[in-house]
Design a protein around this ligand. Structure first.
Ligand SMILES: CCCCC/C=C/CC(=O)SCCNC(=O)CCNC(=O)[C@H](O)C(C)(C)COP(=O)(O)OP(=O)(O)OC[C@H]1O[C@@H](n2cnc3c(N)ncnc32)[C@H](O)[C@@H]1OP(=O)(O)O
Length: 393
């Protein structure tokens, strides 16, 4: 058996490529111009294989493996692995199925197969670098994909990442893209010292000619759509809470799958102080998560939680010391992002699926109440006080 038999079939394409690289050097005894050219192509194909971005799937990997073995060692002559040695049996069968085809034929087929895989990826690579790529056109966010993780960075640090109307729209757009891209996990985090200071209160000061009723209706519609994007998000969504969180940045956490927080973070949902009422499905998720009595202190009486308290109540998954927060969290996330993508997706859908309908109903009900609240004197006075610098949380 060659060294390649040590590897597990389920590993990704990079591992698979390493497998191929670990084989003994190819010693071809070829003569003549045409055959030498094929040898060069074979070496090039091995190099090209390294650049593949997408896992071609086990069947194709087995075919590449078999052709490589046939091209370099000739027909399969090793004994068939036992019934329970699934991985090595699959490899043996793939190699053995090539029968007596010549090394030269196998080499040519290997070159052709790698060429097909590379060219099938070419349009995708081109698309990702076009100037109109929406990922690079955000004004309030920075969205990046690396190590199978798409990160949505709230990027208005000078306003403590308060969510403006533009930012609501861009977050929805980023979630739609992340839900469809090849990443395994999606992370939301904040730039600067805050995670997010909640709704940008100036969203309520931009009253058009059609008056405050229209503004309240539009805001209700915007919030309903925004929260729905979290309810329907199809893959694991993780909040990396790098600092204080306020309002909707706290209430929405019940719709994330995992929440990591620095010990410097605080969690504050000051609705009654602002003449408003809960949103982000928190009127349902918070009592469910922590019990009604604990939820009431937060949602009715504006209790600000430390990260440790939020963790005890189940709102936060784990708290890390601020000085090692980024390092520890990202190490964990990079490891999680190596797990099989579809398995994570389907597991999340099973965990959340039964509740979706309920959550959409709660969201709709909360937004109806808020439309009424935004027109109330209590709410208008609170917003005016903030902008006259009379009040801060
Ligand atoms: C479309 C509608 C959907 C509605 C959905 C409803 C959601 C509910 C909520 O989210 S309610 C929560 C709303 N948030 C707040 O009430 C927070 C208000 N901000 C503060 O109290 C303070 O700014 C602070 C405690 C977050 C931070 O205080 P600090 O002293 O550290 O910093 P500054 O106040 O100097 O802030 C720096 C600048 O950022 C501006 N800013 C911060 N938060 C908001 C905000 N939420 N809305 C608007 N602007 C905000 C602040 O005004 C400073 O701006 P300036 O430098 O121009 O003065």
């Amino acid at each position: 058996r060659g060294p390649g038999f040590k590897i597990k079939m389920s590993r990704d394409i990079i591992s698979f490529y390493r497998l191929i690289q670990s084989f003994p050097a190819v010693k071809l005894h070829l003569t003549g111009a045409v055959m030498r050219a094929t040898e060069v192509e074979f070496d090039k194909a091995k190099e090209h294989l390294k650049t593949l971005k997408n896992d071609p799937g086990n069947d194709t990997k087995l075919r590449i493996y078999a052709l490589f073995k046939q091209a370099t060692q000739g027909s399969c002559s090793s004994p068939k692995p036992g019934m329970l040695d699934f991985v090595n049996k699959a490899k043996w069968e793939a190699w053995n199925s090539l029968g007596n085809i010549s090394k030269e034929d196998a080499r040519q087929k290997y070159v052709d197969l790698v060429g097909t895989l590379i060219s099938s990826e070419a349009p995708i690579q081109k698309e990702a670098t076009t100037a109109g790529d929406p990922k690079s056109s955000y004004q309030t966010l920075q969205v990046t994909t690396e190590n199978n993780i798409t990160t949505i960075l709230l990027n208005r640090p000078e306003k403590k990442n308060a969510i403006s109307r533009k930012m609501y729209e861009e977050i929805m757009q980023a979630l739609e893209q992340a839900g469809k891209d090849d990443s395994v996990l999606t992370v939301m985090t904040g730039s600067g010292d805050y995670y997010c200071s909640g709704n940008d209160l100036s969203n309520f000061t931009q009253v058009g000619a059609e008056g405050v009723e229209k503004l309240a209706r539009d805001s209700g519609e915007l919030l309903t759509r925004y929260v729905s994007h979290f309810i329907d998000f199809p893959k694991p969504l993780i909040a990396v809470v790098n600092g204080p969180a306020v309002g909707i940045a706290v209430t929405g956490l019940g719709l994330f799958d995992v929440v990591y927080a620095t010990d410097r973070a605080t969690f504050h949902a000051p609705f009654s102080q602002l003449g408003q009422s809960p949103e982000g499905c928190s009127s349902y998720t918070f009592p469910k998560m922590m019990g009604t009595a604990k939820a009431n202190e937060i949602l009715l009486f504006n209790k600000k939680l430390t990260a440790a308290q939020a963790c005890d109540l189940g709102l936060v998954t784990e708290v890390f010391p601020d000085n090692t927060f980024q390092q520890e969290v990202w190490k964990k996330l990079r490891a999680y992002a190596k797990l099989p993508k579809d398995s994570l997706r389907y597991s999340k859908q099973l965990i959340r699926g039964m509740e979706k309908e309920k959550l959409h109903a709660v969201n709709a009900q909360e937004c109806v109440r808020l439309q009424e609240r935004w027109l109330s004197e209590e709410c208008m006075n609170a917003i005016m006080s903030f902008f006259q610098n009379k009040s801060k949380l």
